[in-house]
Design a protein. Structure first.
Length: 234
């Protein structure tokens, strides 16, 4: 695939200078997410954060020692956004379904931030809450101990991988200035269609791309597999 062109950034917002001692971790994370939402991850620098916040770039170091620490904090902020308003549902399957869909939609809303942070272990308060919510649903289903953790890991790995991949596709489309709905459409035109009979037979269907429909199908398959493997006492 051709190298993607850098996406144009929005005009910089003129910021008032922050008062001394008013800069917080929360303000820095919010600014970092705004910068990432413009689509260019390379723009996330201490200098750019300083301009965004109307503060000296060196002031950031009082809260974060590196860009990596900021990105980890952004990852935890995405989890906070995803969990906003979440309450366990009556069915453990409905709870896991809701959590999965929340992750997908949050990553879709913040694709550049998500693609660069979804694989991180933040150890932050919002990640702890997310892990606890998933484990609660797993325990309500009937799993305990190591088996409960195994089910949590299978579920979370699937949701994060699929949601993160979709975020990467959306971010790549935005960077290329392309319509995200058409950027990764599989439209194959082999010179000898008879050599690829199944691809040729499904030419029209392969062109149809509904990422969330596929994601929800994969989530349902995972939940069905979990239900089939419930402990005997459940």
């Amino acid at each position: 695939m051709e190298e993607l062109a850098e996406a144009p950034t929005r005009p910089h917002r003129k910021q008032k200078r922050l008062g001394r001692g008013t800069l917080t971790k929360e303000l820095i994370v919010e600014a970092a997410l705004r910068i990432l939402d413009e689509g260019n991850v390379n723009a996330l620098t201490f200098a750019r954060l300083g301009k965004e916040l109307g503060a000296s770039p060196t002031a950031m170091y009082r809260h974060f020692s590196s860009r990596d620490e900021i990105e980890t904090a952004v990852a935890d902020e995405l989890i906070r956004i995803s969990l906003d308003g979440y309450e366990p549902l009556e069915s453990w399957m409905d709870s896991l379904r809701d959590l999965a869909y929340r992750a997908w939609h949050t990553f879709s809303d913040h694709p550049a931030a998500a693609m660069h942070t979804f694989y991180r272990v933040t150890l932050g308060p919002h990640e702890v809450r997310a892990v606890d919510a998933i484990l609660e649903a797993v325990h309500r289903a009937g799993w305990q101990g190591r088996e409960a953790v195994f089910q949590y890991q299978m579920y979370s790995n699937l949701v994060l991988a699929l949601s993160g991949r979709n975020a990467a596709m959306l971010a790549a489309a935005a960077a290329a200035g392309a319509d995200s709905g058409n950027f990764w459409v599989q439209e194959y035109r082999p010179a000898r269609p008879q050599d690829f009979p199944y691809v040729s037979a499904h030419h029209d269907e392969l062109r149809i791309k509904d990422g969330f429909e596929v994601f929800s199908g994969q989530v349902e398959a995972m939940l069905a597999a979990m239900k089939a493997a419930l402990p005997a006492a459940s």
